[in-house]
Design a binder for this molecule. Structure first.
Ligand SMILES: O=C(O)c1ccc(O)c(O)c1
Ligand SMILES: [Mg+2]
Length: 616
């Protein structure tokens, strides 16, 4: 039985001084660090003081990096490089670290000759071995001549030096669409170090992609479980080490980034297939989710009346009043909205906001144990004596997530109002929630919801919307009972049209949207008018019949169709309470998305409606 995999983080992932970084990494539970040269150079401590500091925090220094432009150079340059290496070995001895990273050369001086590279790296490995140290050679995806893992392996194999091995970095391998399967064939013991980073699929210069857009595993588009599986097959037993260059993480609170980072490794390890005798640490399995139990809005004296009127218009009934708090329950079939007038979270005066979502789980205790293992913070418990235990965790933007029992025990906290139930509009339950995220926490939130609730990442899309570019990340549980659309305004600065660009919403499901819309029109609900131009374009794009387009148009229904013939019909309310709205959704033939192409139409219509409330 070998030991569990150790977890490390490169100092470049975190913001602040070396002191800030070490404190954050240790607090999040990391075992070690990769020390970047820059972090050492600007630190006020000597290398041996850094060593002591790390040891005191329980952190090992697993790698010193990087050493650049070493190999395949003319003879005079080689002499200078070896002299430079000796100085670095002295620093490493003081640091107490034995592995140095050597990235493949990017220098125009480098010669395209694998034999020369192998020979010179051997000389370096001789010097390293004399100090009891070793060299991990890494192919940068933009290396001058060596830019693929298999070429770096051919060179290491050719050198045949015990103190020379490979550093494999998932970014450099997967950014080039290389198949990692061949990695499993590397000679056992020759992978000296493993660096992990995820990234979104981007079509851009690979160096820029690497230096600005890397993400923690699970946040991007790479298949990291498969990559790590190949590396572990070689017998690699060093740390899983995160090396993520990211413009947001570089300037964010390092304590928080380190927790996000640790969550990514915990979730990754849980997804690894068993390999050799590696004792993998597993999370409590994500229990089946049974539904959106309720969604809570905080409201005040301005937004409260507006939301109540809108809910009545949509066919909801105020069925329950909380026994001890100014909190109302509104229902229609399995749609439950809670309006909370006790101020629980700072927000703009007059604005409404989604302050909590409640998801019912087939096994709430396991859901909460899984959340705790993923370092999800527990929300403060504000339960009064006699009230139902409602355990909650806090999402990255501060929203509470209640995990409830399928029997809806929480409803006993509400006393019936005795109001006669409205006939309703055929809304059967919650289809999805649209949760706008702060830009700096979008990637963190995606991983958080996916890993904690056990949701699949269906897709990430971008669209040009009237108030800026919007990115959306579609998440859903395997049974499609809980769906979330996380959105973010890219590069948002200032407050131009924030209420239209960054609202949150609840989408209710119906099995017949035209019938629901007719019922709403009869009951005088205020729905969002959609411009004529949209319907002209719709007819042209999808080849819909005149009759269909007229029926959609009459009720302001938007339409989308996927490649498999799945269809979405949906309509919206105007923005309510400054920042929220409702949507009605009918899915047909397995449509699995959120009608993202229609979001810009909705945003423009909502803005028009705010500025010109009386006109269509
Ligand atoms: O961007 C770089 O220079 C760089 C340095 C070291 C690495 O391990 C790496 O993957 C990239
Ligand atoms: Mg690397």
């Amino acid at each position: 039985m070998t030991a569990p995999l150790r977890r490390s983080i490169a100092t470049v992932c975190l913001s602040g001084t070396l002191d800030d970084k070490l404190t954050a990494a240790a607090a999040a539970g990391f075992d070690g660090i990769e020390l970047f040269e820059n972090d050492l150079v600007v630190a006020p401590w000597s290398p041996s003081e850094i060593r002591t500091r790390c040891a005191g925090l329980g952190l090992s220094i697993d790698l010193y990096q990087p050493f650049r432009d070493f190999e395949a150079v003319p003879a005079d340059r080689l002499r200078a490089n070896l002299a430079r290496a000796e100085r670095k070995f002295a620093v490493m001895a003081e640091l107490g670290t034995s592995t140095v990273l050597v990235c493949s050369s990017v220098s125009p001086e480098a010669i395209d000759d694998d034999d020369l590279a192998a020979e010179q790296l051997s000389l370096l490995a001789d010097r390293a071995a004399a100090h009891g140290m070793r060299i991990a050679y890494e192919a940068l995806a933009w290396g001058r001549h060596v830019s693929t893992w298999d070429r770096s392996w051919r060179i290491v194999e050719r050198a045949g030096h015990p103190a020379l091995g490979l550093c494999l970095d998932s970014f450099h391998v997967l950014s080039r669409d290389a198949d990692p399967a061949g990695i499993a064939g590397i000679t056992p013991g020759k992978v000296f170090f493993l660096q992990l980073a995820d990234a979104p699929k981007l079509h851009m210069d690979v160096l820029q992609w690497s230096r600005h857009h890397r993400l923690f595993p699970g946040q991007g588009a790479f298949d990291l479980p498969r990559f790590v599986g190949s590396v572990l097959t070689t017998g690699y037993d060093g740390p899983l080490s995160l090396e993520v260059f990211n413009d947001v993480f570089r300037q964010s609170d390092p304590a928080r980034t380190a927790v996000d980072a640790m969550r990514s490794l915990t979730a990754l390890e849980d997804r690894l297939d068993p390999v050799r005798e590696v004792p993998l640490r597993r999370l409590p399995a994500a229990p089946a989710l049974t539904r959106h139990a309720f969604t809570e809005f905080t409201v005040d004296g301005n937004s409260g009346p507006e939301l109540r009127e809108a809910l009545r218009g949509l066919g909801f009934t105020h069925t329950g009043q909380h026994r001890t708090k100014p909190v109302e329950l509104w229902e229609q079939q399995a749609c439950r909205i809670v309006l909370n007038s006790a101020v629980t979270r700072a927000q703009a005066p007059g604005a409404a906001a989604i302050s909590a979502l409640a998801i019912s789980s087939s096994d709430p205790l396991s859901s909460l144990r899984r959340a705790a293992a993923l370092l999800a913070p527990a929300s403060p418990n504000v339960r009064e004596p006699g009230e139902t235990e409602l355990a909650a965790i806090t999402a990255p933007d501060g929203t509470s997530i209640f995990v409830t029992r399928p029997d809806d025990a929480w409803r006993s906290d509400f006393l019936p109002t005795g109001e006669t139930p409205a006939p309703g509009a055929g809304l059967t339950g919650v289809d999805h929630l649209g949760l706008a995220q702060p830009f700096d926490h979008f990637d963190e939130a995606g991983l958080f919801y996916q890993s904690v609730l056990g949701l699949d990442h269906l897709a990430t899309e971008e669209y040009a919307a009237p108030f800026g570019l919007t990115r959306s990340r579609a998440l859903a549980d395997p049974g499609r009972t809980v769906r979330l659309a996380l959105t973010v305004s890219l590069l948002r600065r200032g407050d131009w049209a924030p209420a239209v660009a960054d609202p949150q919403h609840v989408a209710f499901a119906t099995t017949d949207l035209v019938a629901s819309a007719e019922a709403l029109t009869r009951s005088g609900a205020i729905l969002l008018p959609v411009p004529d131009n949209y319907y002209a374009d719709l007819a042209a794009r999808f080849g819909l019949s005149d009759g269909t387009v007229t029926a959609l148009h009459r009720h302001g229904i938007l339409y989308d169709r996927d490649e498999d013939g799945g269809e979405l019909l949906h309509l919206y309310t105007p923005v309510l309470g400054g920042r929220v709205f409702f949507e009605l959704v009918e899915r047909r033939h397995g449509y699995d998305r959120f009608g993202e192409p229609n979001a810009p139409v909705r945003m423009a219509a909502q803005r028009h409606r705010r500025l010109h409330p009386a006109t269509p």
